[in-house]
Each structure stands twice: as structure tokens, then as C-alpha cells.
Design a protein around this ligand. Structure first.
Ligand code: TYD
Ligand code: MG
Length: 462
């Protein structure tokens, strides 16, 4: 016998609770603890599935290359993908494009698009704009969960897009449409159907301003993949990432642009992200991310200005605590007086650079902005810094450096003990103090400080 499940749960965060309390001990929300589980004991026979009869899992490529890369190949049968992003970012567009591409790729079965927010006419108009009208794609405009469940059971589609799960509601549950209980009920029921039937289920979810999915992350554990679409609504670039991916590696980054006729994959994301840099200006440094299987070049930008009051540390795409730590280390080892300055740091192109691998690039960008020294556009900085001010190599150094070389970043500023590709320049930096001394040598017109022409050659370090 398995132990009985806890009888209460928080409707805000989903955490189970042994007894009723006024405040959830997990998320701190008030009056959200409710009775959760009715007794499920039953004498009905249990239906078991012989292992050899279990259908094979198939992954279907959508042909949207950046999406397929992020998903590690494509969309998997019986999987549940939650697409989340801010209003207007392109979730409906992406899902319609996925539906059309999967229609082209799958021979059998229907594709069902449930529109809980827009009318059939509006979805049809968007499909025409995208060139996504296909035979075998059906629309259902409803926000009533029982209608959606009925449609799924009757049609048993190969692919179902629910746009959005945040707006579905069912009268059998308490709470208004969009409430945590309603959204969870819908996601749970639809996910169970997908797993039973092998349908590829794509759920669209809204995120609130602070980045949380309505019902704080309560859907993440119900789904196989959480696909984020991010970007600035006023610019074309869109970034796809996964924070959870049961069928592949999370952390892969896909770069697309929102064009007149929908989302288009960027052919060479590293080159595209760096192409926007223009002429060399102080405060700009390139680095390479490698959280996913494919390394990605990014530009780190910094601005240092005199502080009017208490010094501000403002970041975009880089963890705020990391920036505070890096400025403190710079101050402790470089005596720059950043305590009297506002420091702004951003990773270009709506990409998140949460890896410590960019520490050296962030520091170099701040130094470059602070001193007004623009760096050679061929410079790439890679390395993690500790509290002692010493730089050390990071994981996947080889892959990162090969990607840097491929796109012309051939002056490689790296910690000791790193070998750079043939023909590239290695500038070996052991400490923050050394970085300060060498900064002016990284300007465009200064000669390379040391060159490595053969693997194994050691460059002169500082
Ligand atoms: P949409 O997919 O409706 O966003 P979401 O579902 O996340 O709210 O897309 C919104 C924006 O995208 C809208 O401002 C118009 C723009 N857009 C294009 O630029 N090109 C297109 O082909 C389409 C369909 C939309
Ligand atoms: Mg939409």
C-alpha cells in the first residue's frame, strides 16, 4: 500500500499540506490551502499494458530549424509542450506555424487548434498571413474545457494546440477563468489525454509581468517541455529557450526573427548577434555561451556613470547578484571606485547569459566603459572569476573557442592553462589586476600581445 497523499494543497503553488493553515508554508500565500485529494480507492479492475505493446515514441521535425534545435530534433508523440511568453510576443504565431509544419510532416491524423482567445475568423486570417492554411487542420473556438475534452476524445488528433490554457475554464471547478485551480485542472486533464492517446499537445501559457506563469510555476511539473519565447516586442528578434525538456537537453538557445509572414529562423545565430555591434565602442565585449549543445556568441555591453545617490547595479540578461559580485571583485582588486558609480550591464539580443563563463567579459566591458577604451572587435573574453580575483577556465572551453574562431573572434582572452585554436592569438589573464594592466593592449590598433601558432605553444602571460 502506498502512503495516503496529504489531504490539503495550496492552490497557488501546488505544495501539499498535511493540515489546513491560513498561510501556505511554501509560498506564503494566504487562504490558498484547500482540500486536495478525494479518496481514489475503487474496486474497478486496473487496466495494464503489456510492455511489448507500448507504442514507440517518435520525434517529428517541424522544419523550423531553430525550434528543432532547441527541442533536440522536434516535437515528440504523446508529449506536452508548454509555450510561454508575454502577450504579443508571438506565441500564437509560433504555434500556428508549428501546426502547419507538423501537418506537412505527418501523414495521418488531424491537427486541432483550439482558440480560447480569438475567433475562428481571426485565427484564419493569421493562418493566411503565415501561409499556414492546410487541409486537415481544424479550428475550435471555445474557452470551455469540457468542449475541448469532447473534441479531443472524438477527433483523437495527432497534434493539438490549445491557445491558451490560461483562458480555459470548467464549471466543475471553483475559481474564475485564469485562476490557478482552473488553469491546473485544464492542463492536467489535457496532459492526461495526450499521454493516453499519443497526441502531441502544445499548450500556450501567459506569463505575468514578473515572468511567472499564471499559477506560479504550478504547470511546469505537469508538462514535458517548457518552451519560452522572449524578446522585445518592438524589435524583430525572438529567443527560444527551454527551462525543462524531458526529451533532450534544456538550455539550448534558438534565435528567430518576427517577419511580415511569421517567425523565421536565423541562419547563423552567433554571427547575427555579433553583426549588430557596428564600430568598436567602449563597453562592448564578445563572449561565448555554451549551455546547450551549440555554443552561441553574445555581446556584453556595459555603461558606467557617476552615481547621483546610492550606486545602482542594473542588469539585463545577467543575474543581478552576479553583477554585484563582479563589481565588488573589480573594486577590491582594481581600486576603480565603482562604489561611486552606477553600473549597467546587458547581454545583447534578449539572450540570457547566466553562465559564469561570461564573468571576464562582463568585467572587461565594465573596465572598457570606465576607461573609455574601445576593444578590438576580434577580442573574445572567456573565464570565470572567483572572489580572490583569479580567473579560471570554464566547461566546454574548446567548443567555445572553436565557435569564436569560426566567426572571426581570434584574439582570445583566457585564463591560464587554456589552449587556443591554431592561428589565434592568446592573451592569458590570471587575475583582475592583470586584466587592468592589459586592457589598453586589447584596443583595435594595438599589436597582438602574444600569438599562438601551434597547439601547445605557450603565450606570454601577465
Ligand atoms: P501573436 O502571435 O499574436 O502573439 P501572442 O500570441 O504571444 O500574444 O503575435 C503578436 C505580434 O506579432 C503582433 O503584434 C503582430 C506580429 N506579427 C508579425 O509581425 N508577423 C506575423 O506574421 C504575425 C502573424 C504577427
Ligand atoms: Mg496569442
Amino acid at each position: 500500500m502506498s502512503p495516503k497523499p496529504p489531504p490539503y494543497a495550496c492552490t497557488e503553488c501546488g505544495a501539499p499540506a498535511a493540515r489546513w493553515t491560513g498561510q501556505c508554508p511554501t509560498c506564503g500565500a494566504w487562504n490558498t490551502i484547500e482540500e486536495a485529494f478525494a479518496s481514489s480507492a475503487s474496486s474497478a479492475p486496473v487496466s495494464l499494458q503489456p510492455l511489448e505493446d507500448v507504442a514507440e515514441i517518435v520525434t517529428v521535425a517541424t522544419g523550423i530549424t531553430e525550434l528543432d534545435r532547441v527541442l533536440g530534433g522536434g516535437v515528440t508523440t504523446g508529449s506536452v509542450t508548454l509555450v510561454i511568453g508575454e502577450p504579443g510576443i508571438g506565441k500564437s504565431t509560433l504555434c500556428l506555424q508549428i501546426a502547419a509544419r507538423l501537418r506537412d510532416a505527418i501523414d495521418e491524423g488531424e491537427i486541432l487548434i483550439v482558440s480560447a482567445e480569438e475567433s475562428v475568423t481571426q485565427v484564419g486570417a493569421r493562418a493566411r498571413r503565415l501561409g499556414a492554411e492546410r487541409h486537415g487542420v481544424s479550428l475550435l473556438a471555445t474557452s470551455h474545457l469540457p468542449d475541448v475534452e469532447r473534441a479531443l476524445e472524438q477527433r483523437n488528433p495527432s497534434v493539438a494546440v490549445i491557445d491558451s490554457v490560461s483562458t480555459l475554464h470548467t464549471p466543475s471547478q471553483s475559481g474564475s477563468p485564469g485562476s490557478v485551480t482552473q488553469v491546473r485542472t485544464a492542463a492536467e486533464s489535457l496532459s492526461q489525454f495526450a499521454r493516453r492517446s499519443g497526441t502531441m499537445l502544445i499548450l500556450v501559457g501567459h506569463v505575468t509581468k514578473d515572468g511567472d506563469l499564471a499559477g506560479p510555476r504550478s504547470l511546469e511539473h505537469l508538462v514535458d517541455t517548457v518552451l519560452h519565447i522572449e524578446g522585445d516586442r518592438h524589435h524583430q528578434r525572438r529567443v527560444l529557450t527551454t527551462t525543462k525538456h524531458r526529451y533532450g537537453r534544456a538550455g539550448e538557445v534558438g534565435i528567430l526573427t518576427m517577419e511580415e509572414h511569421g517567425l523565421v529562423s536565423v541562419a547563423d545565430p552567433s554571427a547575427a548577434l555579433l553583426a549588430e555591434r557596428g564600430q568598436p565602442l567602449p563597453g562592448s565585449v564578445a563572449s561565448i555561451l555554451a549551455e546547450g549543445a551549440h555554443p552561441l556568441a553574445v555581446e556584453i555591453q556595459a555603461l558606467v556613470t557617476p552615481a547621483a545617490g546610492s550606486p545602482a547595479r542594473v542588469t539585463q540578461g545577467i543575474p543581478a547578484t552576479r553583477l554585484r559580485q563582479l563589481t565588488a571583485v573589480l573594486d577590491a582588486h582594481g581600486e576603480l571606485g565603482l562604489g561611486r558609480s552606477d553600473v549597467f550591464v546587458a547581454c545583447s539580443g534578449a539572450v540570457k547569459a547566466a553562465e559564469p563563463a561570461v564573468d571576464m567579459a562582463v568585467m572587461t566591458a565594465i573596465l572598457s566603459a570606465h576607461t573609455g577604451v574601445a576593444l578590438d572587435p576580434a577580442v573574445v573574453c572567456l573565464g570565470e572569476v572567483g572572489l580572490t580575483g583569479a580567473f579560471r577556465p570554464v566547461a566546454a572551453m574548446d567548443r567555445r573557442l572553436r565557435e569564436a574562431e569560426r566567426i572571426g573572434l581570434t584574439r582570445m582572452v583566457v585564463p591560464p592553462g587554456v589552449t587556443v585554436p591554431d592561428g589565434c592569438t592568446r592573451v592569458e589573464i590570471a587575475t583582475v589586476a592583470a586584466l587592468l594592466r592589459v586592457l589598453r593592449d586589447l584596443a583595435p590598433d594595438s599589436p597582438p600581445a602574444a600569438t599562438v601558432t601551434r597547439e601547445g605553444d605557450r603565450a606570454e602571460g601577465w
